[in-house]
Write a protein that binds this ligand. Structure first.
Ligand code: COA
Length: 331
């Protein structure tokens, strides 16, 4: 990879987006047959009506591949042109190699660096931020950024407080170096002190005894505490993002939020004084797809013609860790 020679500002412009959802759909009524819940409860508390679930044998890498191919088609980019792959996931196919390496091989993007970023539900925004820095420093020109998850693989289907929330899916963007416009800034934060409010404690290096204790454990969450922290953290990061760019909240064209819960999305929209017509909502159809959620929502917004070239978009996410992040970009 060559270093940037001139002092001209380089932006990461979104050249194309793609997404993929597994075929199988699980509705709230389907879930009500498995656990003690109801469509009314899930819809009123979360806004979720259905979620997609990966088929047996279908992996995060499979979802990532289909989303990546669509993003590359939309960008008109061949695998040989990609000089970096960054993939956000907390549900990798295997411990190692990374899902990004598996994807690189399957795409035939041979030789370019490829790695995963684990920031739970903020994985895509973290990956986007890393990719942006490679482009801005002149270390890469064409980057594939993916958010892909099979969260339903680590859901306890007998635990009604968590199993109703998550779904599987993937989204991808191709970023290209551009001298005109693109990502204006990204902002990332974490608070590891809150790890036990949202986590999956099954480990690799925590040792035999710990793993025996946690055998069969799945996602654990203190729902209302996560809710309160998420709303505060997202309020703060949208303010931080606007301030960093000397922008007023009314300058934004679209909010493309992490799709965890409609009430959290509405709280952020209120903070920005944005009508819900300017907020991309897919949580009703996808549930919380973790790292997949923001690029899925972005791709849907672009393909539906809602988001147009030249518009100002604010992306944000919050997840286990805790982690949270944002990206402001001119599409
Ligand atoms: N169906 C029916 N009842 C349910 C239920 C379900 N799926 N899940 C929980 N309940 C019950 C609880 O057992 C509790 O019953 P109780 O009062 O008899 O004890 C009651 O509903 C209220 O539970 P509570 O957890 O206080 O509900 P809540 O209003 O906080 O909503 C969440 C729960 C999970 C929807 C909400 O806290 C939330 O969305 N939190 C954020 C989660 C999130 O976004 N995580 C991912 C971040 S990336």
């Amino acid at each position: 990879m060559s270093e940037q020679a001139s002092n001209q500002r380089i932006y990461s412009r979104i050249a194309g987006t793609g997404s993929y959802l597994p075929e199988k759909v699980l509705t709230n009524d389907d879930l009500a047959k498995i656990v003690d819940t109801s469509d009314e409860w899930i819809t009123s508390r979360t806004g979720i009506r259905q979620r997609h679930v990966a088929a047996e044998g279908e992996t995060t890498g499979d979802l990532a591949y289909h989303a990546a191919v669509r993003a590359m088609e939309a960008a008109g980019v061949e695998a040989s042109e990609i000089d970096l792959i960054v993939l956000g996931t907390t549900t990798p196919d295997i411990v190692f190699p990374s899902t990004a390496c598996l994807l690189q091989h399957r795409l035939g993007a041979n030789g370019c660096p490829a790695f995963d970023v684990n920031a739970a539900c903020s994985g895509f925004v973290y990956a986007l931020s890393v990719a942006d820095k490679f482009i801005r420093t002149g270390s890469a020109k064409t980057v594939l950024v993916v958010g892909a998850e099979t969260l339903t693989r680590m859901v306890d289907w007998s635990e009604r407080t968590t199993c109703v929330l998550f779904g599987d899916g993937a989204g991808a963007v191709v970023l290209k170096a551009d001298t005109e416009t693109g990502i204006l800034s990204t902002h990332l934060h974490a608070d590891g002190g809150k790890k036990e409010l949202l986590w999956n404690p099954v480990g690799v290096s925590t040792g035999f005894k710990e793993n025996e204790k946690n055998a069969g454990v799945r996602i654990r969450m203190a729902g209302s505490e996560v809710f309160k922290y998420a709303v505060k953290a997202l309020d703060a990061i949208v303010d931080e993002t606007l301030e960093a760019n000397s922008l007023d909240r009314h300058d934004l064209d679209w909010l493309i939020p992490h799709q965890a819960n409609l009430r959290i999305i509405e709280a952020t929209a209120r903070r920005l004084d944005m009508p819900m017509e300017r907020v991309i909502v897919t949580v009703d159809k996808h549930g919380n797809t973790s790292s997949g959620s923001v690029p899925l929502a972005l791709d849907e917004a672009i393909r539906s013609g809602k988001v147009e070239r030249g518009q100002l978009l604010l992306l944000e996410a919050f997840g286990g860790g805790f982690t949270w992040g944002s990206a402001l970009l001119r599409y």
